[in-house]
Design a protein around this ligand. Sequence first.
Ligand SMILES: [Zn+2]
Ligand SMILES: [Zn+2]
Length: 227
Amino acid sequence: MDNKVPCGICSEPISASCRRYGGRACNSCAAFFIRVIRTQQSFSCIGINNECLKTPTKLGKGCKRCRFDKCIEIGMSTNGMIPPIQKAPEPKPEKNTIFASILNSILNASVTSPNLLISYLSEHNGQLFSDGFKTLEGVALIPMSDKITLLSYVLKKFPITQNEFPAFIQLSLCKLKLQHLQIEEQLKIQAVQNAALLKISNFHPIGSRLIELSNISQHFLNVFYIF
Ligand SMILES: [Zn+2]
Ligand SMILES: [Zn+2]
């Protein structure tokens, strides 16, 4: 049941049940109506006597003055309520960008709080994970820094899956070098990292991909260190 009737302004066929702002108008005329109200523009008739749209025609809608008058004439109104401008939704970040941002924040947390890194690797304290993911809830708001752009580029070139990501995080944490620390502390952390690495490789959760993931994490860390 899709009977067509002409738009009350431009005569374009529209569905018989279609009402826009109280008038029988097509989308284009409805959008025009709201645009004029929003911008509070006024126009003069480009024809004679404001009669361009005495009868609805496609051609007549070229006169903005008559087109708007016709909108009012057929009963269009906003009742004082101007509908809000519909913003285009923010583009969702790509998966590799999300991964890059999560990992970057986890690595940063590890660099600034080595104790967090040790307790994560030796006791499986998930704190680092959850902090990283919490930061990412508003990932669309995180400005794309050059660093994240480069890090996500690495992950685009060497894609990893969602399932592999936790292992990838672990591998990266096991290889992270904290060169700003005293040498004794660095050695202590390296021992914890090596033990954790051994555990991962014995466990073989992802089989032969482990070596590839390990290589990718090294690429990732190389970029991470530059900044
Ligand atoms: Zn129309
Ligand atoms: Zn006119």
